[in-house]
Design a protein around this ligand. Structure first.
Ligand code: PEP
Length: 255
């Protein structure tokens, strides 16, 4: 399927940055800069910023996402947030399986799968993060690692639910490091992911899926990365905290 038929999505992952007041201010600055975007624009904010962000995007083309959700609807899980809680607030996207959650909070492919399932059950759109460590790339096992992450994460997901899954290919060595994958590396792995989805479901399902690249994407390198045939958008960390830089990336995805 032609890339132009897939929704391009630029999502900001604010990580643990911005207080609610700062979130309102950043969104207010961003709104006019992305008002004419030719792609979907999402900001994934810390949980406590969600009410302020949802208020600040009202009447705009910016959508709000969370950065995680638990697999149970409720219960004795101190410090966690459930998918029904996010849905009731009006949140539409949730990032699941980010490498920082895998690295610092014990997230595994199995728990990623349970969280994906829970988010889909509540009607949320999932931004599912996958990607290899530097050592895994050096060992030449990127394809196996990423294919396994995708297969486990999508286990139990029905073909008709794939329209609410975005996969973000994020090589761990490129996140927050300033080391970006080359456009060819990014495209190669995004194409590989599309192939895995085709083998699990069907060619049409894979052809319609939005697959993002993430890892030190910025205003200077976005255009080349986003021009790749299998790169349909970006998950942006650091550069999403500056309205101007983020809007340049949005403009590059809108071409
Ligand atoms: C991310 O947090 O998903 C990310 C890609 O971060 P950065 O853009 O800062 O590398």
């Amino acid at each position: 399927m032609n890339k132009s038929l897939r929704p391009a999505v630029i999502a900001g992952n604010w990580k643990m940055n911005k207080t609610p007041a700062e979130a309102s201010a950043l969104i207010a600055e961003l709104r006019p800069l992305v008002a004419d975007a030719g792609c979907d624009v999402v900001v994934c904010v810390p949980f406590v910023d969600l009410p302020a962000a949802l208020e600040a995007v009202k009447g705009s083309n910016i959508r709000v996402g969370a950065q995680n959700c638990h697999w149970e609807k409720s219960g004795a899980f101190t410090g966690e947030i459930s998918a029904p809680m996010l849905r009731e607030m009006g949140v539409s996207y949730v990032v699941i399986g980010h490498s920082e959650r895998r690295q610092y909070f014990g997230e595994t492919d199995a728990t990623v799968n349970r969280r994906v399932r829970a988010a889909l059950d509540e009607g949320l759109t999932v931004i599912l993060c996958v990607g290899e460590l530097e050592r895994e790339r050096e060992l030449g096992i990127t394809a196996e690692v990423v294919a396994t992450q995708v297969k486990v994460a999508l286990s139990g997901v029905k073909a008709e639910e794939l329209s609410r899954i975005i996969i973000a290919y994020e090589p761990v060595w490129a996140i927050g490091t300033g080391k970006t994958a080359t456009a060819a590396q990014a495209n190669e792995v995004c194409a590989l992911i599309r192939g895995v989805v085709a083998s699990l479901y069907c060619d049409k399902c894979a052809g319609g899926m939005t697959i993002q690249y993430g890892g030190s994407m910025n205003a200077g390198n976005a255009e080349e990365l986003l021009a790749q045939p299998d790169v349909d958008g970006g998950l942006i960390g650091g550069a999403s905290l500056k309205a101007k830089d983020f809007s340049v990336i949005v403009a590059a995805a809108s071409k």
